[in-house]
Design a protein around this ligand. Structure first.
Ligand SMILES: NC(=O)c1ccc[n+]([C@@H]2O[C@H](COP(=O)([O-])OP(=O)(O)OC[C@H]3O[C@@H](n4cnc5c(N)ncnc54)[C@H](O)[C@@H]3O)[C@@H](O)[C@H]2O)c1
Ligand SMILES: O=P(O)(O)OC[C@@H](O)[C@@H](O)[C@H](O)[C@H](O)CO
Length: 498
């Protein structure tokens, strides 16, 4: 079977580059590029995307270019209760460029007359100020450094033409991504001593929009690729599976709807003057539930989100966590939150995604900080007690970072300093309740773990240490059953049956 390439479909249009996209990962391809493909087909939006590889290592953008930017998205799951599986050969990407090996092609993008949008997803780590970046670097190491240089080149080429400014929509899951990116770009411009009229052009004729993205994209379907590719009639290393649900909330002025008319193509894109309620709802409920469920379910021997939500105890655990601990502290219409939570749990049950718990576990501590800690702190303040499910999940995460599940080593992926902290702490643990107490206290006070803030919450270390000790002594399944008040007799009977 041949690899997908543009020669296989000669009749297709080569759209002019209207969008530069920093990031060529599964998510951006199955989310932004898939939507632009639909806008091109339904509205004649006529936009080509030049996709850039974010980091020097790897060859992903070059490989995408080898298949002429073509790739397949398989949307699989339930829509209005009906099972769907839809393949789309996405044709919006017209160039895949590695700026580290093909700087010239990359630099040329800045002066393209039709260019209007910049999209990005450089993970939570990508929107940061890099002191070492210089204007003359080819290219700058950081994404904001690259963007500043690209905008400056465009400004110079078009002599500050107001009509050549860009609309920049970052998709990174950080708060106020647009404003933060804008601030860093201005900082580079000042540090590099770029002239005042450029800074004025930057501020007046370029729009930085914060945005919130929501779609579960599980990536290349390792276990089903052969079956799918046989059906498609070609091999596609960029084949990506995504759920039907998608939501893109963009904070911007009303006129943006005409420039980016995604809603007219039936896409779930909302342009609003305030995205914060959408963001809080999504990060606290969907991402919070993912992050809290992962260590509990993984240590209980499960591997995917679907297995976890369908498991009697793990499913009940995550549902109670959302309903009793996350929703009560949010200041958003309660019914709307409950409807959203139901929809999220339904999405988690999607049998086609095979969303690996271990992939969600990546950088779990920074996720706990952003997605769960705010709920924990608000709950404690409002209710003058600790949120029990969340404390249990915190304990499970501490145990998961011991790095073993039965006889298996867990492939943990986190900052080296965080991994080293847990290695040292677990190295000293002797199995006693006292040792669990000391271990948990030291971890929660360490500034690498949620800034050390959890160490100041009254009673938290004690309660978490009880769970850590219990999980270590009896295993996750038994501790979870006890958490739900299932009697020892019943647990033993169930274990006997297994
Ligand atoms: N997969 C999903 O369901 C989903 C949904 C919403 C948001 N996201 C976000 O999208 C991001 C990428 O997810 P994916 O599924 O495409 O993964 P992926 O592994 O397919 O792609 C990762 C992308 O991030 C880039 N990257 C990684 N570390 C970086 C760094 N330090 N600086 C700059 N770029 C870096 C890589 O170069 C690549 O382009 C994640 O941060 C995730 O939070 C994913
Ligand atoms: O992608 P991460 O690693 O930041 O977080 C894991 C999941 O919570 C996340 O990918 C969700 O599936 C996604 O945010 C849904 O829109």
């Amino acid at each position: 079977m041949s690899i997908l390439s543009r020669q296989t479909r000669q009749e297709r249009t080569n759209y002019p580059v209207k969008v530069v996209q920093f990031g060529d990962g599964n998510f951006m391809r199955a989310f932004a590029d898939w939507q632009i493909h639909i806008m091109n087909n339904k509205l004649g939006w006529n936009a080509g995307v030049a996709v850039l590889q974010n980091r020097a290592g790897g060859v992903s953008a070059e490989q995408l270019q080898e298949q002429n930017g073509l790739f397949t998205v398989c949307v699989e799951g339930f829509r209005d209760g009906q099972a769907v599986r839809e393949y789309t050969l996405v044709e919006s990407v017209v160039q895949g460029i590695n700026p580290y090996t093909n700087y010239e092609a990359y630099a040329e993008l800045a002066v393209l007359p039709d260019l209007r949008f910049v999209l990005s997803n450089t993970t939570e780590a990508g929107i940061m100020y890099a002191e070492e970046d210089r204007l003359e670097d080819q290219p700058q190491g950081s994404f904001p450094g690259k963007l500043t240089a690209l905008l400056y080149r465009r400004y110079q080429h078009f002599n500050g033409d107001p009509g050549k400014g860009l609309i920049i929509i970052p998709c990174e899951l950080i708060e106020r991504n647009g404003g933060t990116l804008r601030g860093i770009v201005l900082r580079h411009a000042e540090k590099w001593g770029l002239e005042e009229p450029f800074i004025q052009w930057l501020g007046e004729h370029n729009l930085f929009c914060s945005s919130l993205v929501d779609r579960i994209v599980s990536g290349y379907p390792q276990d089903r690729a052969a079956e799918m590719e046989a059906k498609l009639g070609y091999q596609d290393p960029f084949l990506t599976v995504a759920e039907p649900y998608h939501l893109w909330v963009i904070e911007g002025p009303d006129w943006l709807r005409a420039e980016f008319p995604a809603h007219q193509a039936g896409l779930n894109v909302i342009i609003t003057d305030d995205l914060s309620p959408y963001r809080t709802r999504k990060v606290r409920i969907l991402n919070g539930a993912h992050t809290a469920l992962t260590p509990v379910a993984y240590l209980a021997g499960l591997n995917t989100v679907e297995e976890a939500v369908n498991h009697e105890l793990c499913g009940a655990f995550v549902e109670a966590l959302i309903q009793k601990e996350i929703i009560p502290v949010l200041h958003i219409d309660e019914q709307e939150l409950r409807d959203y939570a139901d929809a999220v749990l339904e999405r988690f049950r999607n049998p086609y995604l095979r969303h690996q718990l271990l992939s969600i576990a990546l950088n779990s501590w920074s996720k706990f900080d952003a997605r769960l800690k705010p709920t924990l702190l608000s709950f404690e303040q409002q209710q003058k007690r600790l949120p029990d499910h969340m404390v249990f999940s915190l304990a499970a995460l501490i145990v998961m970072y011991k790095g073993v599940r039965g006889s298996e080593q867990i492939q943990l992926s986190d900052e080296p300093a965080v991994l080293e902290l847990f290695r040292q702490e677990w190295g000293q643990y002797d199995g006693t309740r006292a040792a669990a107490g000391q271990l948990v206290s030291r971890i929660l006070q360490n500034t690498r773990v949620c800034g050390g803030e959890l160490g100041t919450v009254a009673g938290l270390a004690e309660q978490a240490a009880d769970y850590v000790h219990e999980i270590e002594a009896s295993g996750m399944s038994r501790t979870l059953a006890q958490f739900f008040g299932i009697s020892d007799l019943l647990i033993s009977a169930q274990e006997g049956e297994e």
